[in-house]
Design a protein around this ligand. Structure first.
Ligand SMILES: NC(=O)c1ccc[n+]([C@@H]2O[C@H](COP(=O)([O-])OP(=O)(O)OC[C@H]3O[C@@H](n4cnc5c(N)ncnc54)[C@H](OP(=O)(O)O)[C@@H]3O)[C@@H](O)[C@H]2O)c1
Length: 394
């Protein structure tokens, strides 16, 4: 028997075993969720949860099925491809348009332009920075840890090629309002203009943590920190018009709700819900800001990058046995950081979105939002409360 055949034989039972374990864990998780739901104040309905679990089981079975046959036949690869298009990325047009547009010559070069990218040392922010530097912009990496930022800056410069722009590191901890204010003071003092602000940094499903300002960490970093940052830089952005603000949100906003009576999750904390809520807050922030920016020459748009292989899941515990399957699945189904960065790059450089305001993009195309993300009343109320929380007086 050839080595390949031998590996193939071991591969099947091992995979079946892993799939059985995952399905079992998934079932347990589902039961626990149902029990927890009884005491929860969240607005998840039972039917919604059941639907999610069914989808998850279906996905796991399909992953398993695909991983069993992926190395063996061409039809299996086709199944994986269709599955990826249909389920993971959402229905997407298959056309002659290039899927990833960063080599699109119509995109503007950025010589003489100043771009701020928050969370530029990792994942999508890092890949975005490489491309903006390649386009010769002056890119400011707004990062919370100097050592990590310097290491990333070296790699970014190497990847950006010979005729690159200028790369600057500035410290910014979005979990601290003091740090955000200090960062903005420095920028306003040192930079004559800002052409693009990319609110990219984010944290996902961390354990319950309260920041030095007394806010729940995911809400603080993903929403409040960026809210204060944008507010303090708004005058400079207006003076630099035409300029752009880009907000990196997520499809998971669908599972969030703005529960004004417990924005700090003091009554109950569900880490998945808190992330979804912070990403919904990103979209409501974009909506309200788009009204305030009419006729100013500054635009603001939001995006979802899709499911991307980055460090975002650092707080998610994956059991050792399941890790190999997870890594395999993520390689097969998730986008690379470069792929995940395409919509940010598109919104930063493309002439197609000049003057476009208050929209939501996915795969470089406009997408419709659920009603909860276009509710004007909630957006206005969230804006007013956020101003109070970060201490802005107007
Ligand atoms: N990956 C996905 O599948 C996915 C899907 C939908 C939306 N998104 C969104 O995409 C954005 C980028 O995430 P990613 O996937 O690229 O994850 P990532 O690799 O973990 O990058 C997140 C970045 O945010 C920074 N950050 C975290 N907390 C911060 C703080 N308090 N102050 C300043 N910076 C902070 C991180 O800095 P450190 O390295 O120092 O921690 C890192 O540079 C996030 O907004 C995320 O919600 C991602």
């Amino acid at each position: 028997m050839s080595i390949f055949k031998c590996v193939e034989h071991c591969y099947k039972p091992l995979n079946l075993f892993i799939i059985m374990i995952i399905s079992f864990c998934d079932l347990i998780w589902f039961m626990v969720s149902l029990l927890r739901l009884k005491n929860s104040t969240h607005h998840f309905s039972l039917s919604w949860l059941a639907k999610q679990r069914m989808r998850m089981c279906f996905k796991l079975l399909t992953y398993g099925y695909c991983s069993l046959i992926i190395f063996q036949s061409l039809p299996a690869r086709v199944i994986v491809y269709i599955y990826k298009l249909d389920v993971v990325d959402g229905p997407r047009q298959i056309s002659s348009e290039p899927e990833y547009k960063h080599f699109d010559e119509r995109f503007d070069m950025l010589r003489g332009k100043v771009i701020i990218v928050t969370g530029a040392n990792s994942g999508i922010g890092k890949a975005t920075t490489v491309e903006l530097l390649r386009r010769q912009g002056r890119v400011i990496m707004a990062c919370r840890d100097r050592e990590r930022a310097e290491k990333a800056a070296q790699e970014i410069k190497q990847e950006a090629g010979p005729e690159q722009g200028e790369l600057v590191i500035k410290l910014l901890d979005l979990a601290s309002l003091r740090s955000v204010r200090r960062f903005c003071e420095e920028i306003i003092k040192e930079e004559p203009r800002i052409d693009v602000l990319i609110n990219n940094a984010g944290i996902y499903q961390c354990p319950y943590t309260i920041t030095e300002d007394g806010f729940e960490l995911q809400f603080a970093v993903n929403h409040l920190g960026h809210f204060l940052l944008t507010s303090l830089l708004l005058d400079l952005l207006k003076r630099s018009a035409p300029s752009r603000i880009i907000v990196v949100s997520s499809k998971l906003y669908k599972y969030g709700d703005i529960n004004f009576d417990d924005l700090n999750s003091e009554q109950s904390y569900d880490k998945a819900f808190a992330y979804a809520r912070s990403k919904l807050a990103n979209l409501l922030f974009t909506l309200e800001l788009s009204h305030k920016l009419e006729e100013t020459g500054v635009t603001v748009n939001a995006l979802t990058p899709g499911i991307v292989r980055t460090n975002l899941g650092r707080h998610i515990h994956i059991p050792l046995l399941v890790k190999p399957l997870f890594n395999l699945a993520s390689r097969a189904f998730f986008k690379s950081p470069e792929e995940g960065a395409q919509t940010s790059i598109f919104l930063a450089c493309s002439p197609d979105v000049e003057g476009v305001l208050g929209k939501y993009f996915s795969n470089c195309q406009e997408e419709q939002l659920l009603a909860k993300a276009t509710d004007e009343e909630v957006a206005k109320k969230l804006w007013d409360i956020s101003e109070v929380m970060v201490g802005i007086t107007t």
